[in-house]
Write a protein that binds this ligand. Structure first.
Ligand code: NAP
Length: 276
């Protein structure tokens, strides 16, 4: 069966230096897509470019710090100068924090909002006209944490709820006009994200069972070929995300708190929990 969307010829991936972005970039390059790799860690991006080219693929490094105001505009301009017609934008760069909301450093919160929300929105906004003309795709990496509040990851969870909402709205806005917008919602994944999120995160009920990066890449490639707006990675994660819709909101928030609480702060942790 032929895919519902043509294979991308040129893809820009944010957060390509690590984890999901790095693996997805390699997978797309292996399928023949010229991948434009962006993040702050230039040596890691160059190493990935080297591996892709050694395997016969094409890759270009375009460094950017998306926490800097105006970074999306500058990245768009840098990509324009390459004169490579991007037909897939993967907004993957992001990070989170686990712990009490009041303990999060103000600069960390600002940077997270800038990367996870502002840069993602501005980059999408910059690229949409060209992607509409090319019948392209925007793939936004959200999270299963988007489906319910995330106590102890409150601001991070809110950024992912934003990404999911934006993506589904844009999917409906552009559906039928040639531009495909999709949100990918992985549950917890074994990547450096976990170490960056803080020492307590692995002890929580939610982060005990982890997806692999390969699981997420498979789901991302499937999302690129489907017509739907949202893809949740993992069957159990799908069930958990849907069940939150039918529960009273206070109950959902309290269950989330129990599942995401750092060890020692809550006595009640459901062994079945598998939220974000
Ligand atoms: N791992 C999970 O459990 C999980 C679950 C659901 C969703 N997600 C989402 O999946 C996406 C990828 O995360 P991951 O798990 O692959 O984590 P990761 O391995 O830590 O990768 C995060 C990527 O974001 C980039 N990034 C961070 N800050 C940046 C900045 N200021 N400017 C530019 N790039 C920046 C990093 O590159 P540099 O540091 O080189 O800049 C890195 O390439 C994120 O949006 C995350 O929220 C992760």
């Amino acid at each position: 069966m032929s895919p519902r969307h043509p294979r991308p010829r040129v893809a820009l991936l944010t957060g390509a230096s690590s984890g999901i972005g790095e693996a997805l970039a390699a997978a797309l390059a292996a399928q023949g897509t010229h991948v434009l790799l962006t993040a702050r860690s230039v040596p890691r991006l160059e190493a990935l470019r080297g591996r892709i080219e050694a395997a016969g693929g094409r890759a270009t490094v375009v460094p950017a710090d998306l926490a800097a105001p105006g970074a999306a505009r500058r990245l768009f301009d840098d990509v324009e100068r390459l004169a490579l017609p991007v037909d897939l934008l993967v907004n993957n760069a992001g990070f989170g924090f686990h712990g009490g909301f009041e303990t999060e450093a103000p600069a960390h919160v600002s940077d997270m909002l800038q990367v996870n929300v502002v840069a993602l929105t501005e980059l999408t906004h910059q690229f949409v006209p060209a992607l509409l003309a090319r019948r392209g795709t925007v793939l936004n990496i959200a999270s299963t944490v988007a489906f319910q509040p995330a106590p102890f990851m409150a601001a991070y969870g809110a950024t992912k709820a934003y990404v999911l909402s934006l993506s589904e709205a844009l999917w409906a806005e552009y559906h039928g006009r040639g531009l495909h917008v999709a949100a990918l919602c992985p549950g917890p994944v074994e990547t450096p994200f976990l170490d960056a999120a803080g020492p307590g995160v692995r002890s929580t009920a939610v982060f005990r069972r982890l997806l692999t990066v390969a699981d997420v890449v498979d789901a991302a490639l499937a999302a690129l070929e489907s017509r739907g707006p949202t893809r949740i990675v993992g069957r159990l994660n799908q069930l958990m995300a849907q069940s939150a819709r039918f529960s009273p909101r206070a109950l959902t928030a309290r269950i989330s708190a129990a599942l995401l609480a750092p060890v020692g702060t809550r006595a009640t942790q459901s062994p079945t929990g598998r939220l974000p």
